[in-house]
Write a protein that binds this ligand. Structure first.
Ligand code: SAH
Ligand code: SF4
Ligand code: F3S
Length: 475
């Protein structure tokens, strides 16, 4: 992921986004997004729905008529950050009583009416499947009512809504291919906040990729909580729903999107180790424009812990998947997610995680200490018994190890030439550009006459544990 995408990690500070409205009626919306890529992608759907209804977004919160916060519940501190921000917004409301404040996304779904009734912090609450109802909800608030819609759906995929692209770069975009999650990992709140898993019509996905390419975009990332269980026209048990229609699994979808244009790069997130098939890897190897990068969250390197986490795979299985990646796509970079201090984790089990990290030679990792979430399986079944200082010390240890592993992975690229898609100006200097190679390594290069959206061949000359630098060759 680029530096920019790494910023779009869970529980970062909110990002405000801006888009013109379509009717010019002049109502101003301040839309703030927290959480995962899925939430940022949803914000583009929200902006689209509201722009059709006359709302222009603004980056200046002081001129807003409506403030919407698209929130995340994944860890306690993600929610705390939203609450802090919410109380700041509430101070604005004292000066401007007509201001509408709404909570959307995962926290809205988790806390439902509590946010309105007990905490009295907001006027509007809308869950992830209720965004089509936002114009009505906002007008209910205008009429003096509190508005709430947290109904989860088994069908909603917003397939027909053309997202308003909020990323200013115009080179890379997210495409949601499915919603919800059926996995019930014991630590995770997502199945409760996002509901049942459902896949989006492949035609609408391919069409969205085509539209993006025509508008100059050069990279799409297909998004789902578990992309490997994408399925169209076939049930989980393998029964075909409509014999007249095509059956599409994730490998097939990936191929369809790759065929849109060889100049359109394709990425995806997140793969689940229990479901990732060789089929997907073979499809990746077959198409040059499917990037050589896999995010394969492991969470822990110990079988007992994985069992308590209800992840559905063993360390041996996970290593077999790593070996398959190395065999089929030898150049691939692999990244992961790790949780330290899960219920009952011993010092030895923590060491097992570090051993697995070394085996995998991860290029990047998102690392967290365990945060108990209400209603999850782990909250009901296990004691959150690892003291916070130990959770944090273990987190420090995995972070330090990861810095070494990242640096090692990047050092192996020095002296090699790779193709980089330029995304924008480097944050440090206007004389440099930033882009990524197929393996998702962030590469900084001299600006010269290149521009965002260009592909260039770069000789890697130097690196840190976060990025590489190089010069353009033979173009
Ligand atoms: N669907 C993705 C993960 C989505 S949540 C997958 O299955 O891989 C992103 C990451 O947040 C998870 O991979 C996990 O590492 C972390 N996470 C989820 N719940 C957590 C919790 N209760 N405490 C700490 N980290 C958590
Ligand atoms: Fe959460 Fe597991 Fe689903 Fe990922 S796969 S969203 S960790 S329940
Ligand atoms: Fe957070 Fe919801 Fe994503 S809990 S990580 S915003 S699915």
């Amino acid at each position: 992921m680029s530096i920019e995408e790494k910023v779009i990690d869970e529980s970062i500070q909110g990002q405000a986004t801006m888009v013109e409205n379509k009717s010019g009626s002049g109502k101003k919306l301040y839309l703030e997004s927290y959480g995962c890529q899925m939430n940022f992608s949803d914000s583009e759907i929200i902006a689209s729905i509201l722009s059709e209804n006359g709302y222009a977004t603004t980056r200046n919160v002081d001129e807003a008529d409506v403030i919407l916060m698209n929130t995340c519940s994944i860890r306690e501190n993600a929610e705390q950050r939203v609450r802090n921000k919410l109380s700041q917004h509430n101070k604005r409301k004292k000066q401007n009583p007509g201001l509408v404040i709404g909570i959307l996304g995962c926290m809205a779904e988790r806390l439902k009416k509590d946010l309105l009734e007990q905490e009295k912090l907001v006027d509007l609450v809308a869950g992830p499947d209720a965004y089509r109802d936002l114009p009505n909800l906002i007008s209910d608030v205008g009429g003096g009512q509190k508005a709430v819609n947290v109904l989860l759906s088994r069908e909603e995929t917003y397939a027909d809504i053309s997202p308003v692209r909020l990323d200013k770069g115009g080179v890379t975009a997210f495409i949601s291919i499915m919603r919800g999650c059926d996995n019930m990992c014991s630590f995770c709140v997502v199945p409760f906040t996002r509901g049942r898993e459902r896949s989006r019509d492949p035609e609408s996905i391919v069409q969205e990729a085509k539209d993006l390419f025509e508008r100059g975009y050069r990279e799409v990332t297909l998004l789902g909580q578990n992309v490997d269980s994408y399925r169209w026209n076939i049930t989980k048990k393998g029964e075909i729903i409509d014999p007249e229609k095509e059956v599409v699994n994730f490998a097939m979808l990936l191929e369809k999107v790759a065929l849109v244009n060889p100049l359109l790069r394709v990425r995806f997130s997140t793969s689940h180790p229990k479901d990732m098939t060789d089929d997907v890897l073979i499809t990746m190897a077959k198409h040059r424009n499917i990037c050589d990068y896999i995010h394969l969250p492991v969470q822990s390197g110990n079988n007992e812990v994985l069992k308590r986490m209800n992840r559905g795979y063993s360390v041996e299985w996970y290593k077999d998947r790593l070996d398959a990646i190395r065999r089929i796509i030898p150049e691939a970079f692999i990244s992961t997610d790790i949780i330290t201090g899960f219920c009952g984790e011993t010092e030895e089990q923590h060491q097992d995680t570090m051993e697995l990290m070394k085996y995998a030679k991860y290029e990047f990792a998102y690392m967290f200490f365990y945060s108990e979430r209400p209603k999850t399986l782990a909250e009901r079944k296990f004691e959150d018994d690892i003291p916070e200082d130990i959770k944090k010390r273990r987190l420090n240890e995995v972070q330090e190890l990861q810095v070494e592993l990242s640096f090692d992975a990047h050092k192996r690229t020095i002296g090699k030439v790779c193709e980089v898609l330029i995304e924008g100006l480097s944050k440090r200097s206007e004389d440099f550009l930033v882009g990524r190679n197929s393996q998702n390594l962030t590469v900084i290069l001299p600006r010269e006459n290149h521009k965002p959206g260009d592909y260039v061949n770069v000789l890697i000359e130097d690196c840190t544990s976060a990025t590489a630098t190089g010069v353009v060759v033979n173009d």
